[in-house]
Design a binder for this molecule. Structure first.
Ligand code: F6R
Length: 365
């Protein structure tokens, strides 16, 4: 049931404050300002030397963002690879290590093979899954559920942000269990995390401003997304969403890589979408934006009014997001990224719920 929405995807994008909120309340004790995982960690967190993450597509990008959070908040080394590579790499895995698989459907063939490989190597298996009865959930030591509800649109949206919510809670829990986060740190991070559904709702309220930007993007034949830190995987996700829905070629790049090659592409025909959430790297991202501006680039900025002011450059488009604290900004910045791809594809008359050649669940490798 699409409710009042034209497409399942629109409904699922709009549902995110609710389902992320529901997922967070499953992992947080909001009254106490603490993380409260609905399961015991099946390992000694202090002895963990490394976390391995594997997944496919959008779930892999959630894992990439999870890596930034686990490294920062739990001071744990993370290695991550796409499942179709990981399963054949014969990667040595540390004794008693933790392997995290991420999957909406819980049936993705490569992700399941990665799980079985890690299990055979004696890893603790934790999966972040949306379907409780799925094969991946059943074969895991611990199934960390995303409470996104059924996702019908082929392009993943609400499952992605719910995966981020679980990664955020897990990073804080691991940080506490390893003694690297104080109780005050935990309370501050839980407060920031608990604020994200409201901020996501505020981002959804910018939809009318996103539409004209999407119409502009729909005229392009190639689009570049740039981001730094945890916004870098979001740039990859933005490019994936745009190409699978609108069939416009798009690439995501780490903003710092711009001058190592892609800057040669800059001209006014190629929109450059800069994701500039408020974090320690904002200044660097802004200077990359200015490098694009100096070469006559077609700039679209997704950021706060402060980022807009710092950019001090001519923009073809600006999607303004509220000024938010930085720790879990990708949860909020995911919204305009999804809406941009959605509206570009709708404007072009594409079938957003069922893009050509794609299947919701990829059960063959
Ligand atoms: C992109 C998308 C895919 C899936 C990928 C993994 O919008 O939906 O990239 O994320 O096929 O699927 P799951 O999460 O079911 O393992």
């Amino acid at each position: 049931d699409k409710g009042n929405h034209r497409h399942f995807m629109a409904k699922e994008i709009a549902e995110q404050p609710e389902v992320v909120g529901r997922t967070l309340s499953h992992y947080l004790d909001l009254a106490a300002g603490k993380v409260r995982l609905p399961f015991d960690l099946p390992f000694d967190a202090e002895k963990l030397s490394r976390v391995t993450i594997s997944a496919c597509g959008t779930a892999y990008y959630a894992g990439l963002i999870g890596r930034y959070w686990i490294e920062r908040h739990a001071r744990l080394a993370v290695e991550i690879d796409i499942a179709s590579e990981f399963r054949y790499r014969e990667a040595p895995l540390p004794a008693h290590g933790l392997t995290i698989l991420v999957s909406q459907s819980g049936e993705t063939a490569d992700t399941l093979a990665a799980l079985r490989y890690a299990k055979a190597q004696g890893q603790h298996i934790l999966s972040i899954v949306n379907v409780e009865t799925s094969t991946i959930a059943r074969e895991s030591d611990t199934a960390a559920l995303t409470l996104a509800g059924p996702e019908i649109g082929v392009a993943s949206t609400k499952a992605f942000t719910c995966q981020l919510a679980v990664f955020a809670a897990l990073a804080i829990a691991l940080g506490r269990a390893r003694g690297v986060l104080s109780e005050e740190d935990e309370q501050r991070l839980v407060r920031e995390l608990a604020a994200t559904p409201g901020q996501m709702a505020a981002a959804l309220a910018r939809e009318a401003e996103i539409e004209p930007v999407a119409r502009d993007v729909a005229r392009a034949s190639s689009v570049l997304y740039l981001g730094r830190g945890a916004a870098y995987p979001l740039a990859l996700e933005g490019a994936l969403k745009l190409k699978e829905l609108s069939y416009i070629h798009a690439e995501g790049y780490a903003a710092g890589e711009l001058k190592h090659g892609p800057i040669a592409l800059i001209d006014y025909a190629m929109p450059v979408i800069v994701l500039a959430p408020p974090d320690a790297t904002l200044e660097k991202t802004v200077s990359n934006l200015q490098e694009v501006a100096a070469r006559g680039g077609h700039l679209i900025l997704i950021g706060s009014a402060a980022a807009r002011a710092a950019a001090a450059s001519e923009l073809a488009g600006f999607i303004e997001l509220p000024e938010i604290s930085s720790a879990f900004a990708p949860l909020v910045y995911a919204i305009p990224v999804q809406l941009l791809a959605y509206h570009a594809a709708v404007f072009m008359g594409k079938d957003v719920d069922q893009p050509r050649n794609l299947a919701k669940s990829v059960t063959v490798e």
